[in-house]
Design a protein around this ligand. Sequence first.
Ligand SMILES: *[C@@H]1O[C@H](CO)[C@@H](O)[C@H](O)[C@H]1NC(C)=O
Ligand SMILES: *[C@@H]1O[C@H](CO)[C@@H](O)[C@H](O)[C@H]1NC(C)=O
Length: 395
Amino acid sequence: MRSLCSAKTSVAAAALVLLSVAVNKQIFYSRPSSSHGDDDDCAFPAVFNFGDSNSDTGGVYAAFHKLPPPPNGRTFFHRPTGRSSDGRLIIDFIAERLKMPYFSTYLDSFMPNFRRGANFAQGGATILPLDGEMFRLGFSPFSLNLQILQFEGFKSRIIELYQTGNSQGMEGHFPSPEDFPKALYTIDIGQNDLFVTILPMTDGKAKASISNVINHFSSNIEELYKLGARTFWIHNTGPLGCMPYNFIDYPPNPEAIDAVGCIRSFNELAQAFNSQLKDRIILLRSQLRDAVLTYVDLYTAQYTLIKTASAHGFVDPLGFCCKYHDGDPRGCWEKRHVNGTEINPPSCSDPSKYISWDSVHNTEAAIKWISDHILNGSLNDPQVPISQACRKNIH
Ligand SMILES: *[C@@H]1O[C@H](CO)[C@@H](O)[C@H](O)[C@H]1NC(C)=O
Ligand SMILES: *[C@@H]1O[C@H](CO)[C@@H](O)[C@H](O)[C@H]1NC(C)=O
């Protein structure tokens, strides 16, 4: 198939996109943090997040000093923050829903606060451990296993300091040892594995490769469980075939698109990944006896939004807001030189009218809509709101 064969050329660019989408130093947004909701609430003492650019709130910026320029951040933070969007990401809406401050990036050395958790996500991160070829293509070295290794170091140092009586002054800045088993572990990763590794493959190979990625994912969950994690909130992957980035390299012909205008074969790949992910989560529930795992159907939320965009006030559901006007319009993640002058990428007048922000990542408006539909549990398995995700008997 034409599109799959020619995918190689866009791979490097795509990986770079995902890696370089980073924003700025995360400051600690202090808000009252009460953990008392209704009686069914889990009152999570902390949240630990693992993922790629979809939940990177400054990881790539802290690690590589790469900051997506303005207008990234224009809607909510009013400055670039390291996020690839005009505003908040799902992980920020999770923090708000749980009445917590936004989570500091683990690698941030400028006044982070880890009292209510830490964010280990890195733009460009994959489930598959990085090899030389992936590094060359621009993936993040911080693949999921490495993010978990960082978590292990973080947790073990805290426990050691408590055990040796050296924890004075830590209470306001770090979780306490007993918070770790009660914390929520959120994971949003896999899009890069599909986007860059699997998309260019032929159909048969792609399916086999998905199983390999899912095996790695499963080992990583088991590792987190060994490290004491019990409550997991796992996002599936969105409709790859509706990502405007792909339309530029693969202008869809009429037979290749579905009723909404998305590239059918790419969405089928995302669905194959999601169905294997869901099956594996169901298996893990029987293997990890004390774990509670929620499968979060982000795909359905986002696809529904694209399908019903105009009813929700969005225009041009397969267009995007932040783009250059000549040559390749994609590139909201970096400045360009035009006639010897460095310019920031231009963006549309009203980002809240668009679903896609930069051709890869969503606008805050779309992210908020999606968050509203997944955080109350209505699309998930089991259908449990995030504040009650620790409850086992709902399955
Ligand atoms: C760059 O210079 C060319 C030639 O002078 C001009 O036609 C073009 O409009 C300029 N582009 C911008 C963005 O100023
Ligand atoms: C979840 O939120 C969405 C969006 O507000 C709403 O349409 C849906 O009915 C809610 N479902 C539940 C179970 O609360």
